[in-house]
Design a protein around this ligand. Structure first.
Ligand code: NOJ
Length: 733
């Protein structure tokens, strides 16, 4: 529809219809006995005269038949036939579930990440979704917070590249609107949600503006530059104001400074929560503050619906409502919904999820996301070894991670056993569960029976331990799968303790005692504290939550068919007391080395090292790569850094080169090291390649506490990191 026609439509809307457009409800609230109903809606306190078919959007309905029906009903009953927007919590895959974002980011294969996002968009499109609530771009440095799994990790550069790849993969080229097989990205959670005090979910965030501008805001801004069409607000207080009610954040920064003109969605009930935050005296004031902050959709509360009718009697608030509704209509138009309200839904449905191509992409991304943390040579496994595969993840399909429960199905998952059987003879593999993945299935409520059936009954732990040791004794090498189960991370899963449960520690110790090489395969949604058990493993492969094709990709790595390349996207602390611990920390005036002060008065702990167990960027491979700096040149707009990478091995291989900036002195204290570039290099046996990195000089700039950018001449040092080796280069600008 052209803009004039859209304006005509907009002008015909009554105030009630406008308000209804700003309401977004979870599908479970409006569908009863397969039809849309106002019944459950009233539980939310929505006004009885609200017309359900006029509301702007519904989310988390992932069944295309239901969506067809919802749209049909909407068009039948909506006075002006305004189609409904369908959104969903698709975070790392619709039915083909890819590894969690924290894993994907460590692949540094941003093309592959984009292809996976494109595949996700295709599956969503063909199942009738218009908008998906991702990528989540909250920078994270505290593994106590359960949502680190859905973030690209601790590093600004990595998160920015991830943001651009995912947004582009979802939305494609927007020149002619959102094309077929693409959906709109809703980035979240604006802003700073990833830094809650004490790692406690929904807790306060307080940080300096320089940190906000230089670090936490950067990934969102990169996504907006990649033209993300929607943004979701955050639950947290940021520097004294709830993010959702902050005019400064949502209008001055998001819209004016970053140039975002798309739709801003509140997080679930976040406008209403301005009251318990103590930022609004009642729900009416909360509604006013939400509208004033520029929040277009009220997700899952009755606050806009109840109070806007009265509030918009004030002309300045009526004008703000008009702006919000206009943005929602523009989005519907960008999606082509006025011409084709069944966008994506009219196509043939068989075979549109879990295609061979999707599965192949997922396998590749698993291979590229698993991080080899330690290897004494026991990996890869040898073809004719007898292997005891111990631990629940040998056979469990519950490896998709928390958010996949919205649209994914564990039944689609390929377990590790199936993958291993592609490489090893069945008689060489001995399986034992080792311990129960869950202590009980009660937490699953109505889903309990289904999960239990899928995962098997709970067995006595002592018996499982005995069987595990027996299996280990009968084998030459042990592969132990262990870690968290999927409910332990995700939203609402903060933890104060990051060590393994005692039953897992006990099992690891018992297996170590057999004297067989012990290879750990760690499933987790967050960095854990492994200081006690790490020395007991001969090799350790971190597989995060690997998704639908995890079993195949992991088996390819264990067998040596594929070689690990991924790097840690988030630091593993030695103990919880070190948190937050991350790579880009600022130097102190009393560093451990080169200080004139005596030992006691240095920046350190009395009872713990300053070093993490595994630092950001850690990641081994089966190959052997080296690198050296060559020439460098400073041009008017760019710095050119030349380097050479060599594959020392007799087999072809791929490696991730990371380049860090060490910037000191500067007019503000800059991180001790800051990742500014990465390069994924594929080399033939013994091959060496010369590479050139052209960096815009602007990467040397940084923001002060007023948000102003600084850039100065001086000597900058660059550090190249390949495998675990580091080489420095100084360049004068
Ligand atoms: C709350 C979560 O914070 C957000 O990430 C999610 O998209 C919404 N609920 C909708 O389910």
């Amino acid at each position: 529809m052209d803009s004039e026609k859209l304006k005509e439509l907009f002008q015909q809307l009554t105030p009630e219809e406008k308000i209804a457009q700003t309401i977004q409800l979870n599908g479970s609230l409006v569908i009863e006995n397969e039809v849309m109903t106002t019944g459950p809606m009233h539980d939310l306190g929505l006004p009885p005269n609200l017309k359900i078919h006029e509301i702007g959007s519904i989310y988390n309905v992932n069944d295309y038949q239901k969506l067809i029906q919802l749209q049909r009903e909407t068009l039948e009953h909506s006075r002006l036939k305004i189609p409904m927007l369908f959104m969903s919590d698709v975070i790392y895959g619709f039915r083909t579930i890819f590894p969690i974002p924290l894993a994907q980011a460590g692949s540094y294969d941003f093309d592959l990440i984009e292809q996976a996002a494109e595949m996700t968009a295709k599956e969503c499109y063909q199942n009738g979704l218009h908008v998906i609530f991702s990528p989540m771009l909250d920078l994270v440095r505290d593994p106590r917070w359960g949502r680190v799994m859905e973030s690209p990790g601790e590093d600004v550069y990595t998160a920015k590249r991830f943001a651009q790849s995912v947004v582009t993969g979802y939305q494609g080229d927007l020149t002619h609107g959102l094309a077929e097989n693409h959906v709109a990205a809703c980035i979240k959670h604006f802003a700073g949600y990833g830094a809650p005090e004490a790692g406690r979910e929904y807790n306060t965030v307080d940080m300096s503006n320089q940190r906000l501008f230089n670090e936490y805001l950067q990934p969102y801004q990169a996504a907006i530059e990649a033209q993300a069409l929607l943004v979701m607000t955050a639950f947290n207080v940021l520097n004294g104001e709830p993010a959702t009610g902050s005019r400064w954040l949502n209008r001055e920064i998001l819209r004016e400074r970053f140039g975002f003109d798309g739709v801003l969605v509140s997080d679930h009930a976040a406008i209403k929560e301005l009251v318990p935050h103590g930022f609004a005296k009642d729900e009416r004031e909360a509604a006013q503050k939400g509208l004033e902050a520029g929040v277009d959709f009220d997700m899952m509360t009755s606050v806009y619906a109840t109070h806007l009718p009265e509030l918009i009697k004030q002309p300045e608030l009526a004008a703000l409502l008009d702006e919000a509704v206009w943005r929602i209509l523009v989005l519907k138009n960008q999606l082509g919904l006025f011409e084709n309200p069944y966008r994506g839904l009219r196509t043939q449905h068989t075979g549109e999820v879990l295609s061979d191509e999707a599965k192949e992409l997922a396998v590749k991304l698993v291979e590229k996301s698993c991080v080899l943390l330690k290897n004494d040579g026991s990996l890869p496994l040898k073809k004719d070894q007898t292997v005891a595969v111990i631990g629940p993840y040998g056979e469990s399909r519950l490896t998709l991670g928390f958010w996949a429960s919205v649209s994914g199905k564990p039944q689609d998952t390929i377990p590790l056993k199936t993958g291993l059987l592609q490489h090893f003879a069945a008689e060489n593999l001995i399986f034992a569960r080792g311990y129960n993945l869950f202590d009980s299935y009660e937490q699953f409520g109505p889903l309990k029976a289904g999960i239990e059936q899928l995962n098997g009954p709970i067995e006595p732990e002592d018996q499982l331990l005995v069987e595990a040791v027996k299996a280990a004794e009968a084998a030459e090498v042990i592969v132990l799968t262990f870690g968290e189960q999927f409910m332990e991370s995700g939203e609402g899963a903060s933890k104060a303790h990051l060590q393994l449960p005692l039953k897992q520690i006990r099992l690891i110790q018992a297996l170590k005692k057999t004297g067989k090489p012990l290879i750990g395969v760690l499933y987790t949604g967050r960095p854990l504290v492994l200081t006690q058990v790490e020395p007991l493993f001969d090799s350790l492969l971190l597989v995060w939550y690997p998704g639908t094709m995890g079993g195949i990709g992991i088996a390819n790595l264990l067998s040596g068919q594929a070689s690990p390349t991924a790097k840690l996207s988030m630091t593993f602390p030695r103990s919880e007391g070190q948190i937050p611990i991350y790579s880009a920390q600022l130097p102190t005036g009393r560093p451990l080395t080169d200080s004139e002060h005596s030992d006691r008065f240095l920046s350190k702990y009395r009872d713990e090292s300053n070093e993490p167990l595994f630092a950001f960027g850690t990641g081994l491979s089966y190959g052997m790569f080296t690198g050296e700096w060559l020439e460098s040149a400073v041009l008017s707009e760019t710095i050119q850094l030349d380097y050479r990478i060599k594959n020392q091995a007799e087999v072809a291989g791929e490696t991730v080169v990371q380049i860090y900036l060490l910037q000191r002195p500067a007019s503000m204290v800059r991180p001790s090291r800051q990742l500014i570039a990465s390069d994924l290099v594929l080399l033939a046996p013994q091959e060496d390649k010369e590479k050139r990195l052209s960096l815009p000089i602007s990467v040397l700039g940084f923001y002060d506490n007023q948000g102003a950018k600084h850039l100065s001449n001086g000597t900058y040092r660059f550090l190249m990191r390949i495998d675990q080796k580091e080489t420095l280069l100084a360049v004068t600008i």
